[in-house]
Ligand binder design. Structure first.
Ligand code: PHE
Ligand code: ZN
Length: 879
């Protein structure tokens, strides 16, 4: 395994490559354990490189078989990690390199590996160097031609990047296919697939009339599960033409679903390779959440064709250039396909669940990091999701029109290049005439800003004065922070529930009157005039910036927002904030503080939402789902005790379920599903509310709820309803629960994606016995460390989704994680490192758990022969 330099790799040390590779001709002869790779590289000196520099190609675990320069043998130094030519000609030359690789032994799932009976590749970020020696860096763009050869019986399907230009039979039961991708690309976008696969296909006419053959390849028998992915692909292609003016550029677009994949999917040029979780869906096997996941990941990878492939990244520090932007694009797509408000709420939930804790702990890093030890550990919620929030703020600040102009400029100017964040921002500065240097701090400074707001209403003067202040906590390597540009969208709600028009005499009044305050300094005071009745401020509408707000608003104010705010996001936020208030009061009361404040008005407000048939059911379902344990822990901030949080949250659920039981039962009756299944947003919303009601009924009355859940489990005609029933049952100890788990297993024994749900649900049962149960699940005949989805379903779900057990006071949860991480590390270090990052918030725990967690991290770090991936996470987590 390769060892990155101990001092790390720094953005400040970036240098252009000394050599360029204009074209690559690959000849790959597939064999399970001895795949032969011949690579012909057309190399020349880069005029921007260091004159006279020697040529060093990257490798990772390679064995050199043969090396020729312009057809003649040449002296070189070959190690598994590098191929160095001390002397090279001044004129362009061709290097021919033969290596041999063993796909069957590749358990890291990076490079060329086998998944099921197929061969596939994964080259981002640094997997290509596990196939052949290369300048494996994103700023070296080459035209790739790939000849793939294999046994016809073993791999009748042979796929590569670009268009297929030749294919044919060979002697000895072999055959070949020749693929050529005319678009210069970095090696991380290379891919090939060989296997015995089925496919479904469609034709797509781009708006300028190019006919594109679309195909999705799956295991035999799974074709019928790929149709929603195909439908999503076609909608994505149309949407990118309509909204971003981007057309597809090759004659074919292929997607392949594999079951062993470290991430969600990969945007290889013309040949996207997917974790099959994001391709396969049917009413019987996929939940509404799974359908939404397929739609968004299909869109995401497709959108990379422009943001990532046609314009790629100069270096891996610029990862957010393609990822943040592409997440923004896929979020907008999903918002247009479904309910924009519900999409925004679920994206913000995700951001707070994943990115806020990352930003508040020892693994915090800026959206564009300036140092890394292991790039694989930077495919994070910060780079992806906070990266998308930055793009959204940019659009808010400069307006939709200038944003669109800036995007067009970016596509025109940087097509075919490897770009930087500076390149990107320069297009928007030019399009809007605005100086974006302060805005660029969002890329440089880590940590979640805290915005405090004091409001002062002068009834006599009819004036509301708002005083804003921003501060950002210190993060590793960044103790002092400069003020950010923070777009704060806001409105005022009067006593009668109406929106109060915004009138301001401030400098920048125009923005203020549009309801957008730009906080660019540490403090700012803004006054609004003609405010006739005592207003409530609806702040951070639509979650206009990735910040935290303080202090908490008063219960009555939140009630007003919940009932009247015209901004659906803030109505939902008001319910969350009210729930948080209640949970804090319960925690105080449990510690012997004053009795918890009465929740009656809050519960009744939720009850009115449940009863109002005109409300969007999916929004009501969101309002009913309380802040997660992680949300609550974040608000508490320090000395976190997961048991205390759990019992306060459970108490709230119980009381809410009791208070609303009649309304919830009525809603369930009203929402009885129509015949047949449709994954559309409206139908999904009705299912979501019906199942949220079931869950709360059971929280209030386990007997009644359990009976309802058992019935729904037996009668369900789709996975959403069946899994929801099982999830409700999973919280009710007893025989019915165990019988349901057995029945579920028996019914879906052959379907690995459904079994992942079965595993994950058991791992998250918040009961003392669960840790033992997880250990048993790892002995189950269907468990395997070789399959990332399965490991995530069992161990990931336990560590990230079962806080009381994972943080058990006897240390058993941490022990379990550490032993899996250490066993997995030699096989799949990327996955092991990701699992270990479940400990990233250890410093905010109360003392006993903090000590246990720290000892666990130290024990992992002390283990022999640790991978760079795991040791990087452990070191930074402790740092
Ligand atoms: N680039 C992929 C995506 O976001 C993610 C990925 C990274 C996949 C690294 C595999 C390896 O779409
Ligand atoms: Zn991506």
């Amino acid at each position: 395994m390769r060892n990155p330099p101990p001092q790390g790799i720094r953005l400040a040390d970036y240098r252009p490559p000394d050599f360029l590779i204009d074209s690559v001709d690959l000849d790959i002869s597939l064999h399970r354990s001895k795949t032969r790779v011949v690579s012909r590289l057309a190399i020349r000196r880069n005029p921007k490189g260091r004159p006279g520099a020697e040529l060093t190609l990257d490798g990772d675990g390679l064995v050199l078989r043969r090396l020729l320069l312009d057809g003649a043998s040449v002296a070189a130094e070959a190690t598994p990690d590098a191929l160095t030519l001390h002397a090279t000609p001044d004129a362009p030359f061709v290097l021919e390199i033969e290596t041999e690789v063993d796909p069957a032994a590749n358990t890291q799932l990076s490079g060329l590996y086998r998944s099921g009976s197929a061969y596939c590749t994964q080259c981002e970020a640094e997997g290509f160097r596990r196939i052949t020696y290369f300048l494996d860096r994103p700023d070296v763009l080459s035209v790739f031609t790939t000849r793939i050869e294999a046994d016809v019986a073993e791999a009748p399907v042979l796929l590569g990047n670009g268009n297929r230009i030749d294919a044919g039979a060979l002697e000895g039961g072999r055959h070949f296919a020749l693929w050529r991708d005319p678009f210069p690309k970095p090696s991380y976008l290379f891919a090939l697939v060989g296997g015995d696969l089925s496919h479904i296909s469609e034709r797509f006419a781009t708006r300028s009339g190019r006919m594109v053959d679309l195909a999705i390849y799956v295991e035999h028998g799974k074709e019928k599960y790929a149709s929603y992915a195909m439908d999503s692909l076609i909608r994505s292609m149309r949407w990118d033409e309509e909204v971003f003016g981007r057309e597809y550029d090759l004659d074919v677009f292929n997607i392949v679903a594999v079951s062993d994949f470290n991430m969600g999917a990969m945007e290889n040029k013309g040949l996207n390779i997917f974790n099959d979780k994001y391709v396969l869906a049917s009413p019987e096997t996929a939940t509404d959440g799974d359908y939404a996941g397929v739609e968004s990941v299909i869109a995401h990878e497709y959108f990379h064709n422009w943001t990532g492939n046609r314009i790629t990244c100069r270096d891996w520090f610029q990862l957010c250039l393609k990822e943040g932007l592409t997440v923004f694009r896929d979020q907008e797509f999903s918002a247009d396909q479904r309910s924009r408000a519900v999409k925004r709420i679920s994206d913000v939930r995700g951001l707070r669940l994943q990115q806020f804790p990352e930003d508040a702990g020892p693994l915090a890093h800026s959206v564009r990091p300036n140092i890394y030890h292991e790039i694989n550990n930077f495919y994070t919620a910060t780079v992806y999701e906070k990266g998308a929030e930055i793009i959204r703020m940019l659009k808010t600040l400069i307006g939709a029109d200038d944003f669109a102009k800036g995007m067009t400029l970016y596509f025109d100017r940087f097509d075919g290049t490897a770009a930087t964040i500076e390149d990107f921002l320069s297009c928007f500065a030019e399009a809007s005439g605005r100086d974006l240097s302060q805005f660029s701090l969002w890329y440089e400074q880590a940590g979640t800003p805290l915005v405090t707001v004091e409001s002062d209403y002068d009834a006599a003067a009819k004036r509301l004065t708002l005083s804003f202040e921003q501060s950002t906590p210190a993060t590793p390597g960044q103790s002092e922070k400069k003020p950010f540009v923070i777009p704060l969208a806001l409105g005022l709600i009067g006593e009668n529930g109406d929106e109060i028009p915004l009138v301001s005499r401030e400098a920048g009044a125009q923005e203020c009157e549009r309801g957008l305050i730009e906080l660019t300094t540490q403090k700012r005071v803004v006054a609004f005039e003609n405010v006739g009745s005592h207003p409530v401020v609806s702040l951070l509408r639509g979650f206009s910036a990735p910040v935290r707000l303080a202090p908490p608003q008063a219960a009555e104010d939140l009630q007003r927002l919940l009932a009247h705010d015209s901004d659906p996001f803030n109505r939902w936020q008001a319910a969350q904030s009210l729930a948080l208030r209640s949970i804090f009061a319960r925690i105080e009361a449990a510690r012997g503080g004053p009795a918890a404040e009465a929740d009656g008005p809050f519960f009744d407000a939720l009850g009115r939402l449940v009863e109002a048939p005109e409300r969007d059911p999916s929004l009501v379902a969101q309002a009913l789902s309380l802040p997660s344990d992680i949300d609550i822990a974040r608000e508490i901030g320090r000395d976190v005790d997961p048991d205390v949080i759990f019992s306060a949250r459970s108490g709230l659920r119980r009381d809410l379920g009791r208070r609303l039981s009649a309304a919830l039962a009525d809603a369930r009756a009203r929402l009885v599903p129509a015949e047949g299944f449709s994954p559309d947003a409206g139908s999904a919303g009705r299912r979501a509310l019906r199942n949220a009601a079931l869950d709360l009924i059971a929280a209030g009355d386990p007997g009644q709820g359990g009976a309802l859940a058992e019935r729904q489990f037996g009668e369900a005609t789709n996975m959403t309803d069946r899994l929801a029933a099982l999830s409700t049952l999973s919280l009710l100890p007893g025989e019915a629960r165990e019988a349901a788990f057995e029945a579920f297993y028996a019914r879906y024994a052959g379907d690995h994606l459904v079994l992942d749900k079965w595993f994950a649900l058991q791992s998250t049962i918040p009961e003392a016995e669960t840790t033992k149960r997880v250990a048993q699940l790892m002995e189950h005949k269907d468990f395997s460390l070789a399959n990332p989805n399965r490991v995530r379903a069992v161990v990931g779900a336990f560590a990230n989704g079962n806080p009381t057990r994972f943080h058990a006071l006897d240390g058993s949860g941490y022990d379990l994680l550490a032993s899996v991480v250490l066993e997995l590390d030699p096989k799949n270090p990327q996955l092991a490192a990701r699992l270990l990052s479940a400990l990233r918030s250890w410093r905010s725990l109360e003392e006993r758990r903090r000590k246990l967690a720290e000892a666990t991290l130290r024990r992992v770090l002390a283990a022999p022969a640790l991978s760079a991936d795991v040791s990087d996470i452990a070191t930074r987590a402790l740092g």
